[in-house]
Design a binder for this molecule. Sequence first.
Ligand SMILES: Cc1cc2nc3c(=O)[nH]c(=O)nc-3n(C[C@H](O)[C@H](O)[C@H](O)COP(=O)(O)O)c2cc1C
Length: 413
Amino acid sequence: MDRRTFSQLLAFGAGMFSADHVEGNAIAVDDESRKGPGVPDARENGAADRDAWPASPVTISDFIPLAKAKLPKATFEYITSGSEDEVTLRDNVEAFRRMRILPPLLHGVQKTNLSTTVLGQKISMPIMLAPVAALRMFHPEGGRASARAAASAGTICITSTSVGNSVEEIAAAGDGPKWFQLYVPSDRELARKLVKRAETADYKALVVTVDLGERKDADLRNRFSLPKDMLLKHLRDIGHTKVSERNSYDELVAFNAKAWDVSLSVDFFQWLRRETKLPIILKGVLTNEAVQQSIDLKLDGIVVSNHGGRRLDGMPASIDMLKEVVEAADGKLEVLFDSGVRRGGDVMKALALGAKAVLIGRPQAWSLAAGGETGVKLALEILRDELTNAMISSGCATVDEIDASLLMPATQA
Ligand SMILES: Cc1cc2nc3c(=O)[nH]c(=O)nc-3n(C[C@H](O)[C@H](O)[C@H](O)COP(=O)(O)O)c2cc1C
């Protein structure tokens, strides 16, 4: 496979890419020797009980060493790394740290209510699970564990096309609210069927990711690849029923390389708008022009995102673009946010700049690897508690009271 093909394949997240297959690089989530600290697991313990964790994560970053101990190096680095020099990856997190909050005095609150709505759907807090590929590589329960964790936290799980479970498997995992993130099969009929399957399985919105082109040094060095069985299952889950065990790995890789439409344009969104009544959200927006296009296309929402610094290195921190994007959106579509959220205070800052809710990518992946469903539930509860505390400290009883007046002017991006 030439380098160009390789980086094109990376455009779609793990579910679709492959380096040359390396024996022994198969994912070893079930390998006892890699299990690491005895973190309780949702399969044994359904509750997000902090006392049950020997290492007691109290912050999102506490999950990182736990995930590292459980996963093969290549898998951990696939989650954690960013593209090229990781300038954007670092900036996503540091830009939040640069922002300052100035809470009003004598404006105490006794009780907080974190609930809000996104596209008319009520959620218990403004924090949702971002679409993340290959969750089944991080934990055997994969996307099902994430979906269940989101449901019990009262929030929405956005399932990636590349998650490693079929649309129906995730739907059967629990009855919590779900959205489907669409990578687009190049066979339009298959794309149509996939959209219909998501509708039938009761997903409530489609998120179309438009920032493509993932190429990460760590993944190249580690020759990170999807094992054959996962690649085969992924292709079959999408609807490619003709691929089978009899195909060699290289044949599957070649098939996969042609299976996806990388050239999304206005035509595609016009087509999708005709095909479905579900709300459509465009993920990967950083500029006013993209907001205007989304409005012209009559889309329902956007996610301000640089894909967590996994795509084009050198893009600005997402949070630095949020204010401008919200102004351009002018209330005509719902604005969600991701990239770099690690604290409840970060959620408050994003809301202060006008986001309706935030999505978490790596925090979900680390906590899933560390403890399955229990891990993701705990990560969500930590963020909920931190946000509650930030709201109490700044005199906000409800999320609607969080606004730009809380931010020091120089840091309003
Ligand atoms: C391991 C991993 C896989 C991802 N796979 C997808 C994907 O399949 N589709 C997608 O739209 N975004 C994907 N993303 C990006 C996330 O949806 C989100 O934009 C990003 O992780 C947010 O940044 P954060 O990791 O700092 O929270 C992935 C992120 C990670 C960490």
